[in-house]
Ligand binder design. Structure first.
Ligand SMILES: [Zn+2]
Length: 379
C-alpha cells in the first residue's frame, strides 16, 4: 500500500502539477476578487493540462468527484468550518466563557452552522467574491454533520470537500483507547468511503503531542496508505509540526499529500520551521487569515520568506472560519475573507498575482487531488 502511494506521487511531479494547473487568467481574476458577482458555471481546464494528471486523480467533493481543473476558476480554501455544534464550543471554550457568543452568535438565533438558509447565503456570497470550493475541517467529535454539508452544497452550488478524523485528545471518543492503530485506520478508511471524505482533517495534536494523539497520527497515516486520501492537520500554533510530519513520513506517507496547519501562529519571523517542512515536501498552512492587519501582519514576512526560499508551491492559505461574528449577515467579512482581506496584504507586500494564484488555486488542488485506491470500498 505504501508503494502504491509513492507511485502516485512520483507520477505527478511538482513541475507537472504547476503546468497542469497553470491555467488561463480567469481564475486569477476571480481569486483576486476582480470578478463581479456572477453565477457562471465553472471554467474547466484545457484538455492538455489535464492530460498531465495521473490517471484517475480527482478532488472528492461531497456531491461528486471532480477533475482538479473544474475547480481552478477561483480560490480553493483548504481549511474552513461550516458545520460544528454547540457542545463542541462548550468543551472548547467553556459554556460560561464570554467569548463564546462571538463564536456561536446570539443565543436567541439558531446557530449559523446549523442553519441551512444562512449558510447557503454566506457561501453564495463567497462564490461571488472568488471562492471556487471550500474544505470543511470538522469531524464527528467536533459535531460536524455530513448531511448538513451535503444540503448546503446542493442548495448553494458551492463545492464542499468533507473531511474526517479526530481532533485533540480531550475530544477523542473513549473507544479509541481500546482499538489498535490498524483497527482505527480500517475504520477511518471505511468511513471515508461511506461519507465521501475528500481529506483526513483537521487531525490535531496539542501543544505537546499526547500518546493518544500519537496513536491517531499513526492511524491516519495508515488510513492514507489504504485510500490515498490527503491529510491536513491542526497544530497548537505550529508546535509539534515536525513531529506530525515525522510520523507520517515514518509510515511512508508522501509529504506532498500532507498539509501541516496553523503555522501562521508560530513566532518564527524567518520561517525557519516552515522552510524545513517545505524542504521536506509538505504543504505549510497559513489557515487563520482574514482577521485584519493586527492579526495577520506578522504572517506576511513568513510567507515572503517561504517564497524567497523557493517554496511558493508549498504555501496554502485559508481562514479556519469559525466565528458567527465573521458571517456577512452579522456584518463580518464572510467566508471569502482569505481572498478579500488577506490577499490584498500580500499584493501590497509585492507578491505577484501569479504567485497568489499558485497559493490559492494550484496548491490546494494539488493537495486535494488523489487517485482513489478502491481499497476503501472493501471495508
Ligand atoms: Zn484547528
Amino acid at each position: 500500500m505504501a508503494g502504491h502511494a509513492r507511485e502516485h506521487t512520483s507520477a505527478w511531479s511538482r513541475r507537472e502539477a504547476i503546468r497542469l494547473l497553470g491555467l488561463g487568467g480567469a481564475g486569477l481574476a476571480a481569486a483576486c476578487g476582480d470578478t463581479p458577482g456572477t453565477e457562471e458555471p465553472a471554467v474547466e481546464s484545457p484538455a492538455p493540462a489535464e492530460s498531465t494528471l495521473p490517471d484517475g486523480a480527482i478532488v472528492r467533493t461531497i456531491l461528486e468527484d471532480l477533475a482538479p481543473g473544474q475547480l481552478a476558476h477561483g480560490a480553493v480554501l483548504f481549511h474552513e468550518h461550516m458545520s460544528l455544534d454547540l457542545p463542541f464550543w462548550d468543551r472548547l471554550v467553556g459554556a460560561d466563557n464570554p467569548a463564546r457568543e462571538s463564536f456561536i452568535g446570539s443565543p436567541d438565533a439558531p446557530y449559523f452552522m446549523q442553519d441551512v438558509d444562512v449558510m447557503v447565503e454566506e457561501l453564495q456570497a463567497a462564490a461571488r467574491e472568488g471562492v471556487a470550493a471550500l474544505v470543511d475541517g470538522g469531524h464527528a467529535d467536533m459535531g460536524r454533520d455530513v448531511s448538513f454539508l451535503r444540503m448546503v452544497s446542493e442548495r448553494s452550488g458551492m463545492p464542499i470537500v468533507v473531511s474526517g478524523g479526530y481532533y485533540t485528545d480531550p475530544f477523542h471518543p473513549p473507544e479509541l483507547a481500546d482499538r489498535t492503530e490498524d483497527e482505527i485506520a480500517e475504520a477511518l478508511a471505511a468511513a471515508a468511503t461511506a461519507e465521501r471524505w475528500g481529506a483526513f482533517g483537521e487531525i490535531a495534536s496539542s501543544a505537546e503531542m499526547t500518546p493518544g494523539e500519537r496513536k491517531v497520527f499513526h492511524a491516519i497515516g495508515k488510513a492514507h496508505l489504504l485510500t490515498n486520501v490527503p491529510i491536513f492537520t491542526h497544530t497548537a500554533n505550529g508546535l509539534e509540526a515536525e513531529t506530525q510530519l515525522d510520523i507520517f513520513e515514518s509510515l511512508g506517507v508522501p509529504p506532498g499529500n500532507v498539509a501541516i496547519g496553523h503555522m501562521g501562529g508560530l513566532e518564527d519571523p524567518e520561517a525557519t520551521v516552515h522552510r524545513r517542512l517545505a524542504g521536506r515536501g509538505a504543504f505549510v498552512g497559513f489557515d487563520r487569515l482574514g482577521g485584519g492587519p493586527d492579526a495577520d501582519a506578522h504572517k506576511v514576512p513568513m510567507i515572503r520568506a517561504l517564497i524567497d526560499a523557493g517554496y511558493v508551491e508549498n504555501v496554502l492559505l485559508a481562514s479556519d472560519f469559525a466565528r458567527a461574528s465573521d458571517i456577512q449577515r452579522n456584518g463580518g467579512p464572510g467566508y471569502a475573507k482569505t481572498v478579500t482581506q488577506f490577499v490584498p496584504m500580500l499584493r501590497e507586500a509585492g507578491v505577484a498575482d501569479e504567485q497568489i494564484r499558485v497559493m490559492t488555486v494550484d496548491n490546494p488542488l494539488r493537495l486535494l487531488a488523489f487517485v482513489p485506491t478502491g481499497r476503501e470500498s472493501a471495508a
